[in-house]
Design a protein around this ligand. Structure first.
Ligand SMILES: [Zn+2]
Length: 132
């Protein structure tokens, strides 16, 4: 597998919920086997171990020791961040598209095909890493 910096055709949509056994849209494989650099924020936030420990468990194919692959985890907190976003201009040091939350909104359906769908903001960085 070769990692290459590429722009995806479409921004990854933020799901309502996920399971670690589900396909990670940033990696093309389950969240369970994805290294930390390819985990989106909604999955990385749920890890009960450090990034280093997670990557060691991925290498050892042992991540199921620390996460339940089939437990459904809500991502509603990311939707709440959008609802609570102030309507004033963000501070200069904060991403104007997501206020630093990494949650963007597909306002014209150009990214997901759905107006208002939540997407991972370009400032999240890791979604620009594609698997070639
Ligand atoms: Zn952003």
């Amino acid at each position: 597998m070769t990692l290459a910096v590429t722009a995806p055709d479409r921004a990854p949509a933020i799901p309502e919920s996920f399971r670690f056994a589900d396909q990670n849209p940033l990696a093309g494989e389950p969240y369970l086997t994805s290294p930390m650099e390819l985990l989106p924020p909604w999955a990385a936030r749920e890890l009960p171990v450090t990034a280093w420990a997670w990557d060691a468990l991925v290498d050892a194919r042992s991540t199921a020791l620390v996460v339940d692959p089939y437990r459904r985890i809500s991502v509603s907190w990311m939707r709440e961040l959008v609802r609570l976003r102030p309507t004033v201009a963000p501070p200069r040091d904060v991403c104007p598209d997501c206020w630093g939350t990494t949650v963007g909104v597909d306002t014209d359906a150009s990214l997901t095909g759905t107006v208002g769908a939540l997407v991972l903001c370009a400032c999240a960085g890791n979604h620009w890493i594609g698997v070639a």
